[in-house]
Write a protein of this length. Structure first.
Length: 493
């Protein structure tokens, strides 16, 4: 009886990520330390960067990520500037307040300069005063000495640079550091955590060994898990604790999500760095909370209307210059991205269709499933345009294959596709962990809740969710399956 009461109490408890992130972090659930960092890398490592320059590059994207309430750009190094998005840009200036730059918080020389996605990753490429950017150069972030004669400051003393404070662990030989304002130190620390995680699989091969300044930060004896020297790690951990996540940082994380389709987990989960590198590195991370999110039963066929409502109604008609160049919508475990694409110039979002132009991309992704069939309903096709996947020309408006993610585009030349909807046929990826009924990567009381849900539903094992609930494989979903889950939880087998 106690077991059943516990299961019923858990019935409404389902994992839901913070800040509207849904199941984005689900693959990291239950992991810790180095394994957690690698799982996070696989989630966030493929940003759809808009490009450093161009029609919809970083300068336009800052309208979504770095605009203050007064309409001016948020300057990461100065509190005495008023730069308008899309203007006031300058490669270099003689005085503070004369123009802004696109500043790589992790210097571009450390990863090889014009190498994407790092070069254009808006998570760490931020607007800063051009003069102060020059003063920082490629010097590491740090904390300056208290000897005033060895330190220079920006207007109002917002930022400062000069000799490092050796008492705080700065290594010998390091002659100059740049210290941001206290109110932004945590933001920068969490961006460094993001960079170390998103690019875990390549950062040890970056050419930082050729940079005099980078060798004070990166550790030749380090690893992809812990690539920084201890003084830098300790400083960033301290900064993150002293300057916690605030509403400005949360809003910027949402803006980055709209621009390039990935998030900073260290912003969504304040203190996550402790589970990756800190005192909680041996404790499992849990991605969700008890927010009442209910996972819908899996259906093999999903039809999605491609229109303004599906993509959130951010705008209708021709894309405004200040609007995001990637729109996303989700239905039933299928995510669709409608993107301008590199060098694209047109997007159109209507009440009953979207228009796919040359250079546009349409990306269809299935969560925990593979897609075998995608069919497009086309309202109109100017110039008999051909739909393509890579170099492959589709037969009509129909794709077949076996993939969790498919990217469509048009062939070269003028003309437009008017798309009304898509229909996707898919197959759920089978559970890899026995007893992990809800597929969150661990076996716990939430799986018992799923079994109770299926028992109450009364539809037997007619679809993959019910099949997963039949843990003991006897063809029924009943209390015997609950007992099996409890045994797995107790024995780990």
């Amino acid at each position: 009886m106690t077991l059943c009461l516990l299961a019923v109490a858990m019935l409404g408890t389902w994992a839901q990520g913070p800040n509207g992130s849904g199941r984005y972090y689900r693959p990291a659930n239950g992991k810790s330390g180095a394994e957690l960092k690698t799982a996070l890398c696989q989630i966030i490592c493929d940003p759809k960067v808009v490009g450093y320059g161009g029609y919809v590059g970083l300068k336009e994207a800052y309208r979504l990520t770095d605009v203050r309430p007064d309409g001016y750009l948020r300057d990461w190094y100065s509190n005495a500037t008023q730069y308008e998005p899309g203007s006031n840009f300058s490669s270099s200036t003689k005085e503070e307040g004369q123009g802004y730059n696109r500043e790589h918080l992790l210097p571009q020389s450390w990863f090889g300069s014009k190498v994407d996605p790092m070069y254009s990753d808006i998570m760490h490429v931020v607007p800063t005063d051009a003069r102060l950017n020059g003063m920082r150069s490629d010097n590491p972030f740090g904390e300056v000495t208290d000897k005033a004669s060895q330190v220079s400051k920006s207007k109002n003393g917002y930022s400062q640079w000069g000799a490092p404070n050796k008492d705080l662990g700065a290594p010998s030989g390091l002659s100059k550091v740049f210290e941001p304002n206290d109110e932004i130190k945590g933001d920068i620390a969490r961006i460094y955590f993001y960079m170390l995680t998103a690019y875990e699989d390549r950062l040890m091969s970056w050419p930082w060994r050729n940079s005099r300044t980078a060798t004070y930060v990166f550790d030749e004896a380090g690893s992809p898990y812990e690539p920084l020297k201890p003084w830098a790690f300790e400083m960033f951990m301290r900064w993150s604790a002293q300057d916690p996540v605030d509403s400005i940082e949360l809003a910027r994380n949402e803006g980055v999500w709209r621009v390039q389709g990935n998030r900073n987990p260290y912003v969504d989960y304040p203190g996550l760095e402790q589970y990756v590198w800190g005192e909680l590195r041996d404790q499992p991370f849990t991605y969700g909370d008890e927010s009442g999110y209910t996972e819908a039963p899996f259906t093999p066929t999903v039809t999605i209307a491609l229109n303004s409502k599906f993509f959130g109604g951010e705008w209708t008609g021709v894309r405004p210059a200040a609007s995001s160049c990637t729109l996303r919508g989700e239905k039933g475990g299928i995510t669709v991205e409608y993107a301008l694409g590199n060098e694209g110039s047109n997007m159109y979002l209507g009440n009953d269709h979207i228009r796919l132009y040359q250079k546009n991309l349409l990306v269809v992704t299935a969560t925990d499933a593979t897609m075998q069939d995608i069919t497009f309903k086309v309202k109109r096709n100017d110039a008999k345009k051909v739909l393509m996947v890579g170099d492959e020309v589709l037969d009509g408006y129909h794709w077949t294959g076996d993939a969790s993610k498919v990217t469509f585009h048009l062939d070269d030349g003028n003309g437009v596709f008017y798309l009304e909807s898509i229909t996707i046929k898919r197959t759920k990826i089978q559970q890899e962990i026995k007893g992990d009924v809800n597929g969150d990567g661990i076996v716990d009381v939430a799986d018992i809740a799923t079994i109770i849900y299926v028992m109450a539903d009364g539809s037997g094992i007619a679809n993959p969710l019910q099949q997963a609930a039949d843990v003991n494989g006897d063809g029924n979903v009943d209390v015997a399956d609950i007992a099996t889950v409890i045994d797995i939880m107790a024995t780990g087998k």
